[in-house]
Design a protein around this ligand. Structure first.
Ligand SMILES: Nc1ncnc2c1ncn2[C@@H]1O[C@H](COP(=O)(O)OP(=O)(O)OP(=O)(O)O)[C@@H](O)[C@H]1O
Length: 304
Protein backbone atom coordinates (compact mmCIF):
# COMPACT_ATOMS: atom_id res chain seq x y z
CA UNK A 1 0.00 0.00 0.00
CA UNK A 2 1.22 3.50 -0.83
CA UNK A 3 0.84 5.99 1.99
CA UNK A 4 -0.47 9.38 0.86
CA UNK A 5 -1.09 11.02 4.23
CA UNK A 6 0.50 10.37 7.58
CA UNK A 7 0.26 12.12 10.91
CA UNK A 8 2.64 11.30 13.75
CA UNK A 9 1.91 12.39 17.32
CA UNK A 10 -0.05 15.40 16.10
CA UNK A 11 -1.54 17.78 18.67
CA UNK A 12 -3.27 21.10 18.13
CA UNK A 13 -4.09 23.55 20.86
CA UNK A 14 -6.20 26.70 20.48
CA UNK A 15 -5.41 28.63 23.63
CA UNK A 16 -6.89 26.59 26.45
CA UNK A 17 -8.65 24.18 24.07
CA UNK A 18 -6.83 20.97 23.21
CA UNK A 19 -8.57 20.31 19.88
CA UNK A 20 -6.37 17.37 18.78
CA UNK A 21 -4.15 15.28 21.03
CA UNK A 22 -1.32 12.98 19.97
CA UNK A 23 -3.03 11.63 16.85
CA UNK A 24 -1.15 9.27 14.52
CA UNK A 25 -2.52 7.55 11.45
CA UNK A 26 -1.61 6.70 7.87
CA UNK A 27 -3.98 6.95 4.91
CA UNK A 28 -3.25 4.98 1.75
CA UNK A 29 -3.84 5.33 -1.96
CA UNK A 30 -7.12 3.75 -3.07
CA UNK A 31 -8.53 3.85 0.44
CA UNK A 32 -11.81 5.44 1.60
CA UNK A 33 -11.67 6.39 5.24
CA UNK A 34 -14.52 7.59 7.47
CA UNK A 35 -13.48 10.07 10.13
CA UNK A 36 -16.21 10.06 12.77
CA UNK A 37 -16.74 11.72 16.13
CA UNK A 38 -19.16 13.90 18.07
CA UNK A 39 -19.42 17.65 17.46
CA UNK A 40 -16.21 19.28 18.61
CA UNK A 41 -14.26 15.98 18.55
CA UNK A 42 -11.54 17.51 16.37
CA UNK A 43 -12.44 16.27 12.87
CA UNK A 44 -12.35 19.65 11.13
CA UNK A 45 -9.14 20.56 12.95
CA UNK A 46 -7.54 17.35 11.65
CA UNK A 47 -8.70 18.17 8.10
CA UNK A 48 -7.33 21.73 8.38
CA UNK A 49 -4.02 20.30 9.58
CA UNK A 50 -3.86 17.94 6.59
CA UNK A 51 -4.67 20.85 4.28
CA UNK A 52 -1.87 22.88 5.83
CA UNK A 53 -4.29 25.68 6.76
CA UNK A 54 -3.08 25.46 10.37
CA UNK A 55 0.10 24.04 11.87
CA UNK A 56 0.25 21.39 14.56
CA UNK A 57 1.34 22.52 18.03
CA UNK A 58 3.44 19.35 18.15
CA UNK A 59 3.91 16.37 15.85
CA UNK A 60 4.42 16.03 12.11
CA UNK A 61 2.16 15.67 9.08
CA UNK A 62 3.04 14.52 5.63
CA UNK A 63 0.73 14.78 2.61
CA UNK A 64 1.99 13.35 -0.68
CA UNK A 65 5.47 13.38 0.77
CA UNK A 66 5.47 17.02 1.86
CA UNK A 67 4.63 19.06 4.96
CA UNK A 68 1.28 20.58 3.87
CA UNK A 69 1.87 23.77 5.90
CA UNK A 70 4.83 24.60 3.61
CA UNK A 71 2.29 25.21 0.88
CA UNK A 72 4.08 23.28 -1.86
CA UNK A 73 2.03 24.02 -4.95
CA UNK A 74 2.30 20.54 -6.46
CA UNK A 75 0.82 19.08 -3.29
CA UNK A 76 -2.03 21.63 -3.20
CA UNK A 77 -2.86 20.81 -6.82
CA UNK A 78 -3.31 17.17 -5.97
CA UNK A 79 -5.33 17.83 -2.82
CA UNK A 80 -9.10 18.32 -3.05
CA UNK A 81 -11.18 19.77 -0.24
CA UNK A 82 -14.92 20.12 0.27
CA UNK A 83 -15.65 22.25 3.36
CA UNK A 84 -18.58 21.54 5.68
CA UNK A 85 -20.48 24.59 4.48
CA UNK A 86 -19.72 25.59 0.93
CA UNK A 87 -20.17 29.24 0.13
CA UNK A 88 -19.69 30.62 -3.34
CA UNK A 89 -20.09 34.01 -4.93
CA UNK A 90 -23.80 34.16 -5.60
CA UNK A 91 -23.52 36.26 -8.78
CA UNK A 92 -21.17 33.86 -10.57
CA UNK A 93 -22.52 30.99 -12.63
CA UNK A 94 -21.48 27.44 -11.80
CA UNK A 95 -19.15 27.46 -14.81
CA UNK A 96 -17.56 30.78 -13.79
CA UNK A 97 -17.12 29.48 -10.24
CA UNK A 98 -15.30 26.39 -11.48
CA UNK A 99 -13.07 28.48 -13.78
CA UNK A 100 -12.21 30.73 -10.85
CA UNK A 101 -11.14 27.77 -8.68
CA UNK A 102 -9.34 26.13 -11.62
CA UNK A 103 -7.25 29.30 -12.02
CA UNK A 104 -6.55 29.44 -8.27
CA UNK A 105 -5.39 25.85 -8.41
CA UNK A 106 -3.59 26.49 -11.69
CA UNK A 107 -5.20 23.53 -13.38
CA UNK A 108 -6.63 23.67 -16.86
CA UNK A 109 -10.37 23.33 -16.96
CA UNK A 110 -10.43 21.45 -20.22
CA UNK A 111 -13.66 19.68 -19.53
CA UNK A 112 -15.98 21.58 -17.21
CA UNK A 113 -18.95 19.86 -18.84
CA UNK A 114 -17.60 16.42 -17.98
CA UNK A 115 -17.04 17.55 -14.38
CA UNK A 116 -20.59 18.93 -14.12
CA UNK A 117 -21.90 15.68 -15.49
CA UNK A 118 -19.75 13.69 -13.07
CA UNK A 119 -21.31 15.40 -10.04
CA UNK A 120 -24.83 15.28 -11.50
CA UNK A 121 -25.21 19.00 -12.15
CA UNK A 122 -27.33 19.57 -15.24
CA UNK A 123 -25.80 21.47 -18.17
CA UNK A 124 -28.48 24.13 -18.03
CA UNK A 125 -27.64 24.77 -14.34
CA UNK A 126 -23.94 25.28 -15.13
CA UNK A 127 -24.70 28.59 -16.81
CA UNK A 128 -27.07 29.90 -14.12
CA UNK A 129 -25.95 32.09 -11.19
CA UNK A 130 -25.19 30.13 -8.03
CA UNK A 131 -27.87 32.11 -6.14
CA UNK A 132 -30.50 30.14 -8.09
CA UNK A 133 -29.05 26.81 -6.86
CA UNK A 134 -30.63 24.60 -4.22
CA UNK A 135 -28.47 23.47 -1.27
CA UNK A 136 -27.87 20.12 -2.97
CA UNK A 137 -26.78 21.81 -6.20
CA UNK A 138 -24.32 24.01 -4.29
CA UNK A 139 -22.99 20.91 -2.58
CA UNK A 140 -22.46 19.28 -5.98
CA UNK A 141 -20.71 22.38 -7.30
CA UNK A 142 -18.52 22.18 -4.17
CA UNK A 143 -17.71 18.61 -5.03
CA UNK A 144 -16.88 19.54 -8.65
CA UNK A 145 -14.52 22.20 -7.24
CA UNK A 146 -12.89 19.57 -5.00
CA UNK A 147 -12.41 17.26 -7.99
CA UNK A 148 -10.55 19.88 -10.06
CA UNK A 149 -7.11 18.72 -11.09
CA UNK A 150 -7.86 15.05 -10.51
CA UNK A 151 -6.76 15.02 -6.83
CA UNK A 152 -4.88 12.11 -5.30
CA UNK A 153 -6.15 13.03 -1.84
CA UNK A 154 -9.71 14.23 -1.24
CA UNK A 155 -10.78 15.57 2.15
CA UNK A 156 -14.56 15.88 2.35
CA UNK A 157 -16.21 17.42 5.41
CA UNK A 158 -19.86 16.30 5.77
CA UNK A 159 -20.14 15.77 2.00
CA UNK A 160 -23.65 14.31 1.85
CA UNK A 161 -25.48 16.78 4.08
CA UNK A 162 -28.12 18.46 1.94
CA UNK A 163 -28.18 15.70 -0.67
CA UNK A 164 -31.33 13.67 -1.25
CA UNK A 165 -31.09 9.84 -1.25
CA UNK A 166 -30.64 9.58 -5.05
CA UNK A 167 -27.84 12.17 -5.01
CA UNK A 168 -26.21 10.44 -2.07
CA UNK A 169 -26.08 7.24 -4.10
CA UNK A 170 -24.67 9.18 -7.03
CA UNK A 171 -22.08 10.70 -4.68
CA UNK A 172 -20.98 7.31 -3.34
CA UNK A 173 -20.74 5.94 -6.90
CA UNK A 174 -18.34 8.77 -7.59
CA UNK A 175 -16.32 7.87 -4.50
CA UNK A 176 -16.15 4.26 -5.72
CA UNK A 177 -14.72 5.46 -9.06
CA UNK A 178 -12.17 7.68 -7.30
CA UNK A 179 -11.11 4.83 -5.05
CA UNK A 180 -10.70 2.56 -8.09
CA UNK A 181 -8.53 5.26 -9.68
CA UNK A 182 -6.26 5.15 -6.61
CA UNK A 183 -7.37 8.31 -4.78
CA UNK A 184 -7.39 8.55 -1.00
CA UNK A 185 -10.82 9.77 0.12
CA UNK A 186 -11.39 10.89 3.69
CA UNK A 187 -15.03 11.49 4.62
CA UNK A 188 -15.82 13.29 7.83
CA UNK A 189 -19.42 12.53 8.67
CA UNK A 190 -22.10 11.89 11.25
CA UNK A 191 -24.05 9.69 8.84
CA UNK A 192 -22.77 6.41 10.24
CA UNK A 193 -25.37 4.16 8.64
CA UNK A 194 -24.56 5.29 5.10
CA UNK A 195 -20.81 5.04 5.73
CA UNK A 196 -21.08 1.48 6.89
CA UNK A 197 -20.81 -0.18 3.48
CA UNK A 198 -18.80 2.59 1.88
CA UNK A 199 -15.72 3.17 3.99
CA UNK A 200 -12.79 0.74 3.88
CA UNK A 201 -11.73 1.96 7.27
CA UNK A 202 -13.09 3.98 10.17
CA UNK A 203 -11.19 6.37 12.44
CA UNK A 204 -13.10 7.43 15.56
CA UNK A 205 -12.03 10.55 17.44
CA UNK A 206 -13.29 11.72 20.80
CA UNK A 207 -12.27 14.99 22.43
CA UNK A 208 -9.24 15.24 20.19
CA UNK A 209 -8.02 11.69 20.80
CA UNK A 210 -8.08 8.85 18.26
CA UNK A 211 -9.93 6.07 20.07
CA UNK A 212 -10.34 3.53 17.26
CA UNK A 213 -8.89 2.93 13.79
CA UNK A 214 -9.61 -0.10 11.61
CA UNK A 215 -11.85 -1.83 9.12
CA UNK A 216 -15.35 -2.62 10.32
CA UNK A 217 -14.33 -6.24 10.83
CA UNK A 218 -11.25 -5.22 12.81
CA UNK A 219 -13.34 -2.93 15.02
CA UNK A 220 -15.85 -5.75 15.51
CA UNK A 221 -12.98 -8.04 16.51
CA UNK A 222 -11.77 -5.55 19.11
CA UNK A 223 -15.21 -4.60 20.45
CA UNK A 224 -16.41 -8.21 20.65
CA UNK A 225 -20.03 -7.08 20.61
CA UNK A 226 -22.63 -9.84 20.19
CA UNK A 227 -24.17 -10.82 16.86
CA UNK A 228 -27.98 -10.73 16.71
CA UNK A 229 -29.43 -13.95 15.36
CA UNK A 230 -33.11 -14.13 14.46
CA UNK A 231 -35.04 -17.28 13.67
CA UNK A 232 -38.57 -18.25 12.66
CA UNK A 233 -39.30 -21.92 13.08
CA UNK A 234 -41.20 -24.07 10.62
CA UNK A 235 -43.26 -25.39 13.54
CA UNK A 236 -44.89 -22.13 14.66
CA UNK A 237 -45.93 -23.62 18.02
CA UNK A 238 -42.35 -24.55 19.03
CA UNK A 239 -39.52 -22.53 20.69
CA UNK A 240 -35.87 -22.72 19.64
CA UNK A 241 -33.95 -25.30 21.63
CA UNK A 242 -30.38 -24.38 20.63
CA UNK A 243 -28.47 -23.32 23.74
CA UNK A 244 -24.82 -23.25 22.57
CA UNK A 245 -22.82 -20.78 24.74
CA UNK A 246 -25.84 -20.28 27.02
CA UNK A 247 -27.90 -18.69 24.19
CA UNK A 248 -31.13 -17.15 25.48
CA UNK A 249 -33.94 -16.75 22.95
CA UNK A 250 -36.40 -13.89 23.34
CA UNK A 251 -39.65 -13.03 21.56
CA UNK A 252 -41.96 -15.51 20.02
CA UNK A 253 -45.15 -13.39 19.82
CA UNK A 254 -45.07 -13.14 16.03
CA UNK A 255 -43.10 -16.34 15.66
CA UNK A 256 -39.73 -14.50 15.53
CA UNK A 257 -37.13 -15.39 18.18
CA UNK A 258 -33.93 -13.41 18.66
CA UNK A 259 -30.75 -13.97 20.64
CA UNK A 260 -27.52 -12.04 21.18
CA UNK A 261 -24.63 -14.40 20.63
CA UNK A 262 -20.98 -13.90 21.60
CA UNK A 263 -18.55 -13.87 18.63
CA UNK A 264 -16.87 -17.10 19.80
CA UNK A 265 -20.19 -19.00 19.83
CA UNK A 266 -21.68 -17.61 16.62
CA UNK A 267 -20.39 -20.06 14.02
CA UNK A 268 -20.98 -23.14 16.19
CA UNK A 269 -24.52 -22.01 17.02
CA UNK A 270 -25.32 -21.38 13.35
CA UNK A 271 -23.92 -24.81 12.58
CA UNK A 272 -26.27 -26.36 15.17
CA UNK A 273 -29.22 -24.37 13.85
CA UNK A 274 -28.72 -25.30 10.21
CA UNK A 275 -27.98 -29.00 10.82
CA UNK A 276 -31.62 -29.75 9.96
CA UNK A 277 -32.79 -26.96 7.61
CA UNK A 278 -36.35 -28.30 7.60
CA UNK A 279 -36.78 -26.89 11.14
CA UNK A 280 -36.25 -23.33 9.91
CA UNK A 281 -38.69 -21.01 8.15
CA UNK A 282 -36.33 -17.98 8.26
CA UNK A 283 -32.92 -17.14 9.65
CA UNK A 284 -31.15 -13.78 9.94
CA UNK A 285 -27.71 -12.78 11.20
CA UNK A 286 -26.99 -9.14 12.05
CA UNK A 287 -23.42 -8.13 12.88
CA UNK A 288 -22.84 -5.09 15.12
CA UNK A 289 -23.46 -1.91 13.11
CA UNK A 290 -21.08 1.05 12.87
CA UNK A 291 -23.56 2.94 15.08
CA UNK A 292 -23.22 0.27 17.79
CA UNK A 293 -19.43 0.10 17.44
CA UNK A 294 -19.21 3.89 17.64
CA UNK A 295 -21.31 3.91 20.84
CA UNK A 296 -19.19 1.09 22.25
CA UNK A 297 -15.84 2.83 21.68
CA UNK A 298 -17.12 6.16 23.01
CA UNK A 299 -18.47 4.44 26.13
CA UNK A 300 -14.98 3.06 26.73
CA UNK A 301 -13.69 6.61 27.18
CA UNK A 302 -13.77 7.92 30.74
CA UNK A 303 -15.70 11.19 31.15
CA UNK A 304 -13.66 14.29 31.85
N1 LIG B 1 -10.13 28.52 15.76
C1 LIG B 1 -10.46 27.97 16.94
N2 LIG B 1 -10.23 28.61 18.10
C2 LIG B 1 -10.55 28.05 19.29
N3 LIG B 1 -11.09 26.81 19.43
C3 LIG B 1 -11.36 26.14 18.30
C4 LIG B 1 -11.06 26.66 17.01
N4 LIG B 1 -11.43 25.74 16.07
C5 LIG B 1 -11.93 24.68 16.75
N5 LIG B 1 -11.88 24.92 18.09
C6 LIG B 1 -12.30 23.98 19.15
O1 LIG B 1 -11.57 22.79 18.95
C7 LIG B 1 -12.41 21.66 19.23
C8 LIG B 1 -12.49 20.76 17.99
O2 LIG B 1 -13.22 21.47 16.98
P1 LIG B 1 -13.46 20.88 15.52
O3 LIG B 1 -14.15 21.94 14.73
O4 LIG B 1 -12.19 20.36 14.99
O5 LIG B 1 -14.46 19.66 15.81
P2 LIG B 1 -15.35 18.79 14.81
O6 LIG B 1 -15.16 17.37 15.22
O7 LIG B 1 -15.05 19.15 13.41
O8 LIG B 1 -16.83 19.24 15.17
P3 LIG B 1 -18.17 19.31 14.24
O9 LIG B 1 -18.63 17.91 14.03
O10 LIG B 1 -19.11 20.09 15.10
O11 LIG B 1 -17.80 20.05 12.98
C9 LIG B 1 -13.74 22.21 19.68
O12 LIG B 1 -13.72 22.29 21.08
C10 LIG B 1 -13.76 23.60 19.07
O13 LIG B 1 -14.56 24.48 19.84
Amino acid sequence: MTATVSTAGVSKRYGAVQAVKDVSFTLNAGETIALVGHNGAGKTTLIKLMLGLIRPTTGTISVLGEDPARGDFHVRQRLGYLPESVSFHMALTGRETLSFYARLKRVTLSSADALFERVGLAQEAADRPVRTYSKGMRQRLGLAQALLGNPRVLLLDEPTSGLDPALRRNFYDLITDLRAAGATVLLSSHALTELEDRADRVIIVDRGIKIADGTLDELRGIARLPTRIGVRLADTGASPGWTRGGTEWKGGASGLFEANVAPEDKIALLHDMTADPSLLAALSVAEPTLDELYAHFLKGQSPT
